[in-house]
Ligand binder design. Sequence first.
Ligand code: SF4
Length: 469
Amino acid sequence: MEVKAVEFVRKAHEALHNPRLQEALRRTEAKFVQGRREALRHLEDPDAVRRHATAIRDTVLRQLDAWLIHFERQAQARGATVHWAEDGREVARILTDIARRHGVRKAVKSKSMVSEEVGLNAALEAAGVQVVETDLGEYILQLAEEPPSHIVAPVLHKTRDEIADLFARHHGRPRKTDTAALTREAREFLRPHFLSADMGISGANFLVAETGSVLIVTNEGNGRLATTLPRVHVAITGIEKVVPTLEDAATLLRLLPRSATGQDITNYVSLLTGTKQAGDADGPEHFHIILLDNGRSRLLGSELEPILRCIRCGACMNHCPVYQSVGGHAYGWVYPGPMGSILTPLLAGLERATPLPNASTLCGRCAEVCPVNIPLADLLRELRHVQQVRGLRPRLETLSLRLWRALVLRPRLYHAVMGMAAWLLTRLAGARGRLCRLPGAAGWFAHRDLPAPAGETFLAAWARRRGKP
Ligand code: SF4
């Protein structure tokens, strides 16, 4: 998927003026925010579970190489082949090579964000392999030729009427608007693909080191069909997804669906372990697992490492006032919302995503709801700092920040300037007590006003109350 994160501001403006999208985002907020709150209440001590989950993720990241090698050995012992890919090009090369060796003509895919990250469909199609998305949301997007707008609910930006039109156009059947009928129709079109595909492609929610298993959570049966029916299965995932034990995976599973969709557990939790053995009713004859780095290992040991704890639940975006206002497409890549504003610059390059670290109010809601306690606002602040150091911000902004720094480092000057500003702003606000415009801040005032200061600074008022000059 092409990185278009530099277009954030333009796309955000468009999104704000799109009434259909705004309606869809309002629905999302109500559904996911309330759902998460309710579902977490079912846990006896949610914060203790979150602390435990955080510790599991940190344990893995501290010794990621060792856990990955442990995973590889266990997976190999059960008949799987593990491949290591430095970047998207290597994933494409490995996958097309597997497809060629096994004579694959058609691949069915279960949802995988990493495959979006590396633009896998295009690479496979260039190699003559037909790719069919089988997650209902992803299938709709494939027909519409659009990217996902949410990591859990990729098609939340579309209305049922739009989907009805899309199906009628592509399926050549009478238009229906009933959700159950639309789902049934998609199922009827997808079933033959499962039966005729030579290869199934999936992502992985977790890689379990102790058993060499790939763990996948889904709400549709497509994940199981895609991973068990075709004779070749390829799971593609980032290296950070490994967890030490099944017990650890179970702890994370107590949080993932609750944080994502407000469910206590998803409809399907699949553990894929090795190849089909004699006596097995189903399963792939050839099982390949591709572990993608794509810049992740660079983050290990850095200030930004905590983002690798992410379990892709989407709670941060569901609770983010910026995501709630502009939706996922504005972020211009696979990962939207607060986690995307950190991951996109880190994986795709800070220069290619300059607006994203600033696409946040730093209100902290994202960090508050993150099941693995990622300090998202702190990481965004760190990225803003790196952008300043590397000269990636507008000169005026950099100059203003330098002036501000010079001011706050000189307390006497700071108090004098702030005292003058408080006096001046109070007068400019007049009897209304609110400011509606200021020179150079037209954008800020376009959608809000500012209460006037109290006429003097806090420090001046404090000194007066204590009787000091
Ligand atoms: S950053 Fe936290 S809240 Fe956001 S998707 Fe990742 S785990 Fe979920």
